[in-house]
Design a protein around this ligand. Structure first.
Ligand SMILES: Nc1ncnc2c1ncn2[C@@H]1O[C@H](COP(=O)(O)OP(=O)(O)OP(=O)(O)O)[C@@H](O)[C@H]1O
Length: 739
């Protein structure tokens, strides 16, 4: 399997770093005048060997003054090649010194360049080989040796079904629409044909223009796709971590420094993986980028349906319009569709000359949409409802895609009912108010890596402190976190074996986190597609996985509707999770105590906040507070205030001590004498009773189930995993699909 331990964003950063090194570029940071900071001008006399400088310093035209995102315009950046800038703090202030690389070195380098070309040319000159008998199942595709060796290195010994089906048409230059279950290798299904094309190109110079644009709905997914593709072109024989620079991959995602991303693009990339919002923002600013997009060779929409859901239609629409080369229209009415159709007809004859390819991949493209995609070339009007409007935003978008084939290759390998065969679904019925304790029960009973989906950010903010108080390793992931924090949390979740990621649906699509054991739907997902994608974070690449739906009585109707839309018979076909009620009761006490602590802590904080706010507001408005108001409540230092506050703090502290004590006590199954216990999941008491109901004294190994320090000793239960516990009750409810 692919080594995903090194996260995409780190790899990306390393790549960028390596790149700087190779180009011998140095960045000069200067202060912007507009902010009142002094610009750091470098006096000419500080530049030693002026002629060398004129010879070597090439201030790049486009690298003028630039702002760093999030820096309020204070920092500006210039790039200088072959010159190192050294800053020194002197008694006259900060000065900069240029250190020009030695002429001898330059000459040596020039010689090296002229004799051997640069690294890239050097790499291309070396004939790469791969013994395809090591990968017989991939042989039919004729992939480049570099790709074969990467597949072999990652132990991808055979193509997944979607790869097997989509590679032949994609490698022949056809447009492909691929629908296949989550975790089935769709990234390489579209990625390998692109890499193959790029590796086969004979490059006459280092200059490169964008060849492939991959648009993904979330930042994490975009970074992951880039990392996945990079892993297929890295050459392990060469310097470790170095990329084959015959293919350069850049990413453009929101929440990260714009300038850095722009620089990567300006230096030239072959593949750009981007989220639509940020990409459009840069296109608007950068003419060269929009020009490059107009002459793409490949356009990929990964999880297109999700991009539309998240309100990125306008940006995506604009980007897609740029790729429709023959047509520059801004309308979406009948006339524009007719125009599109006309252009397509014209284009059909030109396919050979203009081999632009479009790939659309998702785990959830509705059948209707697939049908529409297929027939739209012939009858675009069918894309419209009776009212004359496109039948959905996705329909509208795909109606604009510039497919070159008369019929794109449609590959639908989505499983019946939307469930991956290695996934075990389950459900638990409980009141909304009891969900916390049921969740805690599950997390404690079935240690592992669990991804808990909640429907709102507030839900995460409520659950997180509870988990912390209960000594569970939980991390949040939602759109209001800073991007750096999002990636950090994801990374921690990946690297901590018994941990919990509490996430909104920002984590539902595409994320390939190794070994997620459980997916928990704390609330019923809002659509069948979301259910499929959330579940898809586990049971990936043929591994087994487990999902649990927590369903309150008022959510039953929604669940039923959700399953019906997947052509499934009814909610009872999903087996119910067995629950040890005595254990649940024990856990209730802990959860309630944790909630009291949280509420009390919150109250203290809230009071303090309100006091401060009132005081500050009054001061800001220069008004006096009502004389009836007890001003001592505003005075942080008033003795009564301090007394109250310290009393409240003490109460919180006392509750914390109580909880700590409770957590340190092992949970023991009812009727078990501590001396004679085993461990794990199912109560062993019935098995220890003889036919007369007398407890048989057996010596059974004293094991414990561990999910976190102290809080997780469960004694008197057989060790088991969620799947095997469920099997015991599942027999009567085998999965059933509507005929
Ligand atoms: N041929 C292969 N053999 C084994 N593993 C593979 C193969 N191709 C890809 N994988 C691995 O399978 C995992 C899932 O791949 P990928 O992320 O492309 O799935 P996906 O179909 O795009 O999933 P999702 O629909 O959730 O986005 C990855 O870890 C990937 O490295």
């Amino acid at each position: 399997m692919r080594n995903t331990s090194s996260p995409a964003w780190n790899e990306h950063a390393q790549e960028d770093h390596a790149h700087h090194h190779v180009l011998h570029r140095t960045f000069i940071f200067s202060r912007s005048c507009s902010t009142g900071h002094k610009r750091l001008d470098v006096p000419k006399e500080h530049i030693k060997e002026k002629t060398d400088v004129t010879k070597h310093i090439k201030l790049k035209k486009e690298a003028k003054k630039r702002r760093f995102e999030g820096d309020d315009g204070i920092l500006e950046l210039e790039e200088v090649e072959d010159v190192e800038v050294i800053y020194e703090e002197t008694q006259h202030g900060r000065t900069a010194r240029f250190k020009v690389r030695e002429t001898a070195t330059d000459e040596k380098e020039t010689q090296a360049k002229t004799s051997a070309g640069d690294d890239e040319d050097e790499e291309k000159e070396v004939e790469e080989t791969f013994d395809i008998s090591l990968l017989p199942e991939w042989s039919e595709f004729g992939l480049h040796p570099r790709l074969c060796s990467a597949l072999h290195r990652q132990n991808f010994l055979s193509p997944t079904p979607i790869q097997k089906k989509s590679l032949p048409p994609a490698l022949k230059g056809k447009d492909v629409i691929g629908v296949a279950e989550t975790g089935s290798g769709k990234t390489l299904a579209y990625g390998l044909p692109i890499l193959q094309y790029l590796l086969e190109q004979k490059r006459s110079s280092n200059a490169r223009t964008l060849q492939a644009l991959i648009i993904a709905p979330t930042r994490e997914l975009a970074l992951q796709v880039a990392s996945h593709l990079n892993a297929c072109i890295a050459d392990p024989e060469k310097e470790s971590g170095k990329r084959h620079r015959a293919v350069r991959i850049g990413t453009i995602v929101g929440g990260m420094a714009v300038q850095k991303q722009l620089r990567v693009v300006e230096r030239g990339v072959d593949i750009l993986v981007a989220t639509p919002g940020r990409l459009w923002e840069l296109i608007e600013e950068n003419d060269s980028l929009s020009q490059q997009i107009k002459s793409l060779r490949f356009l990929v929409l990964d999880e297109a349906d999700r991009m539309i859901e998240t309100g990125h239609f306008v940006e995506l629409d604009n980007i897609v319009r740029l790729t429709t080369r023959q047509m520059r229209t801004t309308q979406t009415d009948e006339a524009s569709l007719t125009e599109i159709e006309g252009v397509r007809e014209d284009n059909e004859g030109k396919q050979q000359d203009d081999p632009f390819q479009t790939f659309i991949f998702s785990a959830t493209l509705s059948r209707d949409l697939q049908q529409n995609l297929k027939r739209r070339k012939r009858t675009p009007s069918k894309l419209k409802s009776k009212g004359g409007k496109p039948i959905s935003t996705l329909d509208e978008l795909v109606s604009k895609l510039d497919f070159r084939d008369p019929e794109p290759e449609m590959i639908d390998l989505s499983p019946k009912g939307g469930v991956v065969s290695t996934l075990q679904e389950s459900q638990v019925e409980c009141l909304s108010a009891d969900k916390d304790v049921y969740l805690y029960y599950f997390l404690l009973r079935y240690p592992g890596r669990s991804l808990v989906f909640v429907s709102s950010i507030d839900g995460i903010r409520r659950l997180l402190p509870l988990c912390e108080l209960l000594q569970l390793h939980a991390y949040p992931l939602h759109s209001q976190l800073q991007q750096r924090q999002r990636l950090k949390n994801l990374d921690r979740f990946k690297s901590t074996p018994n941990s919990i990621l509490i996430a909104t649906d920002v984590a539902a699509r595409g994320l390939d986190i190794p070994s997620v054991d459980h997916v928990i739907h704390y609330q019923i997902p809002r659509s069948a597609d979301v259910y499929i994608h959330r579940n898809g974070r586990t049971a990936r690449a043929s591994r087994s996985g487990f999902s649990l739906i927590m369903c309150a009585p008022d959510e039953r109707r929604i669940l039923r509707a959700l399953l019906a839309s997947l052509d499934r018979v009814g909610e009872n076909e999903i087996p119910h999770m067995p629950i040890e009620l005595d254990l649940l009761d024990n856990l209730k006490e802990r959860v309630q105590l944790a909630k009291r602590i949280d509420a009390a802590t919150h109250k203290v904080k809230k009071e303090k906040h309100e006091r401060n706010w009132l005081k500050q507001a009054a001061e800001a408005m220069e008004i006096e507070l009502d004389s009836d108001l007890d001003v001592s409540i505003l005075d942080e230092d008033a003795p009564s205030k301090r007394r109250n506050e310290s009393k409240e703090k003490q109460q919180v502290q006392a509750l914390k001590t109580e909880l700590k004590d409770l957590l340190s006590r092992p949970l023991v199954a009812k009727g078990v004498i501590k001396k004679y216990i085993t461990s794990g999941a199912r109560s062993v008491v019935p098995e220890l009773l003889n036919s007369n109901g007398v407890l048989i004294f057996l010596f059974i190994a004293y094991n414990v189930v561990l999910t976190g320090a102290g809080a997780d000793k469960i004694l008197g239960y057989k060790r088991g995993d969620a799947r095997s516990d469920l099997m015991g009750v599942k027999s009567s409810t085998e999965r059933n699909f509507a005929k």
